[in-house]
Design a protein around this ligand. Structure first.
Ligand SMILES: CC(C)(COP(=O)(O)OP(=O)(O)OC[C@H]1O[C@@H](n2cnc3c(N)ncnc32)[C@H](O)[C@@H]1OP(=O)(O)O)[C@@H](O)C(=O)NCCC(=O)NCCS
Length: 171
């Protein structure tokens, strides 16, 4: 008989896979801790709280039974979804969590009119750029000196909305 998730057979417990859900105020401390671990310019907690209080946001977390292990913050401005911040706890890198969370954002955005998705990423952040390109983002210019800690340039990336999501500019 096949083992099910969470089923115990002898001493062998199969761990539950991580789940993705909307971010809650009670997640902010763990999200902030991840951001501090992975970003040179982490968001202050009050910015995370403020983001969660806004409309037109898609703020999600990836959770194991034990902890929050990843997050994405996205906000819709002028019919474009801006991916504002993405982070995965370092001990969970390269397990498909970043990809799964972004795919989840695309699905959640599907019912909302929009022109597409945009983001900025450090030009040196090869891992994130590789992930974004694999998800259909294309390079769309550079913002010189965008990052205040080291004056690094940001690569602007863009991903088209699917046709039924695209808003006619004459509307
Ligand atoms: C970038 C980040 C979110 C990726 O999260 P992740 O869960 O490790 O990514 P995934 O496991 O979903 O990776 C999917 C694919 O992206 C690419 N990728 C991810 N990290 C990579 C790395 N360090 N180097 C090269 N390719 C990488 C690979 O193609 C990978 O597929 P593979 O593992 O089958 O080769 C994570 O590394 C992170 O939190 N980094 C620090 C914060 C950050 O840079 N955020 C983005 C700011 S714009």
């Amino acid at each position: 008989m096949a083992k099910r998730v969470g089923e115990r057979r002898g001493s062998d417990l199969i761990p539950s896979p991580p789940k993705i859900r909307s971010m809650r105020m009670t997640d902010v401390a763990q999200v902030h801790a991840i951001d501090c671990a992975v970003s040179a310019i982490p968001w202050p907690r009050h910015m995370l709280h403020a983001e969660l209080g806004k409309s037109d946001t898609l703020d999600i977390v990836c959770v194991t039974p034990a902890a929050v292990v990843g997050f994405v913050l996205a906000s819709r401005y002028a019919d474009v979804w801006h991916i504002l911040n993405v982070g995965v706890r370092p001990d969970h890198w390269r397990q498909g969590i970043g990809r799964a969370m972004l795919n989840d954002v695309f699905v959640r955005a599907h019912g909302v009119s929009h022109l597409g998705f945009t983001l900025e990423v450090r030009v040196s952040n090869v891992g994130a750029i590789t992930l974004y390109r694999s998800l259909g983002f294309i390079d769309h210019g550079v913002r010189p000196g965008y990052y205040s800690d080291n004056n690094e340039d940001a690569l602007i990336m863009w991903r088209e909305g699917v046709p039924e999501d695209v808003v006619d500019s004459d509307d």
